[in-house]
Design a protein around this ligand. Structure first.
Ligand SMILES: C[S@@+](CC[C@H](N)C(=O)[O-])C[C@H]1O[C@@H](n2cnc3c(N)ncnc32)[C@H](O)[C@@H]1O
Length: 274
């Protein structure tokens, strides 16, 4: 199954499945990707879209279908240009993957360039690595509420990962979702940004700091620590008893009555051998 077998697509299986699901529902006539890399995510977008434009500083290695147009260069220059042409032609972009410049400022610019364009009117935008602290800072800096057409923002649509064996202690992955719908009546509605749940990246950062500090206290760990403390108390009590009996024994051995009766005990032992 290509979804799982693809070794080049730089996304987790959950993220891949989420993107495939969104593409299946949106059925884009026109899609944009920022950050082509090898072309793996682009191939999947192209398979479900009529026309795709993809931006990167470097050329991809994979063979790509004819419905793909590659834009080689900086997205911060080239994307506003393409969006202006599309808007001029009265076209709408149905799907966008933001996965290019991963600096906070770079992500913010890519998202703001998209939202500022009339070509982004009924659009599903997904931003990759929304669980990464730098990328998240850029996504958080966007004033989504300033665009009434922004209907919904969930930056933990697919939560990120905290690296263990690979990239230990680093936060990567995560898919943020921004739904744009210019037809929505925005007045008197609550803001578009999801606030029902804790910010996934912050929760993972707390977990990372707790692990670095020796591990978070879990019920199992607390129970094990209590058991160890009880056993240590028992051992200390037994040590005290042993010490008490040793002292009694030494006092008895050193007593005059014990030494006076020593010949009697010797005679008894000799008699018992006969
Ligand atoms: C994480 S990779 C993209 C992975 C790809 N979407 C996938 O899932 O297979 C990020 C790509 O963004 C490109 N990139 C970084 N800054 C960029 C910029 N300012 N403009 C265009 N592309 C950029 C990099 O060259 C890199 O290939």
């Amino acid at each position: 199954m290509e979804l799982f077998a693809d070794q080049v697509w730089q996304m987790s299986y959950g993220e891949r499945a989420a993107i495939e699901g969104l593409l299946a529902v949106v059925e884009p006539s026109l899609a944009i990707e920022i950050g082509t890399a090898e072309g793996a995510s682009l191939r999947r977008i192209a398979a479900r879209s009529t026309e795709v434009h993809s931006f990167d500083l470097v050329a991809p290695q994979l063979d790509l279908p004819d419905n793909v147009t590659l834009h080689g260069g900086d997205s911060h220059e080239l994307l506003p240009r393409l969006l202006a042409e599309l808007a001029q032609a009265g076209r709408n972009v149905d799907f966008v993957l933001v996965d290019g410049d991963h600096s906070a400022e770079g992500v913010r610019r890519d998202v703001e360039d998209l939202l500022a364009s009339p070509a982004i009117s009924r659009t599903v935008i997904v931003a990759h690595d929304s669980g990464n602290e730098t990328v998240r800072a850029g996504l958080d800096a966007v004033a989504y509420g300033a665009w009434p057409k922004v209907a919904h923002v969930d930056l933990d649509f697919v939560p990120g990962h905290l690296g263990a064996e690979r990239f230990p202690g680093e936060l990567w992955y995560g898919l943020g979702l921004i739904v744009v719908d210019a037809t929505r009546p925005a007045y008197f509605q609550p803001g578009p940004v999801q606030r029902e749940r804790h910010h996934g990246g912050q929760v993972l950062a707390l977990a990372r700091d707790a692990i670095a500090a020796g591990g978070p206290p879990t019920p199992a760990l607390e129970a094990a620590n209590a058991r160890i403390a009880a056993l240590e108390r028992q051992v200390a009590e037994r040590d005290g008893e042993i010490e008490h009996h040793r002292a009694l024994w030494q006092a008895l051995m050193a007593s005059p009555s014990w030494r006076l009766t020593a010949p009697l005990r010797l005679a008894k032992r000799l008699a018992s051998r006969r």
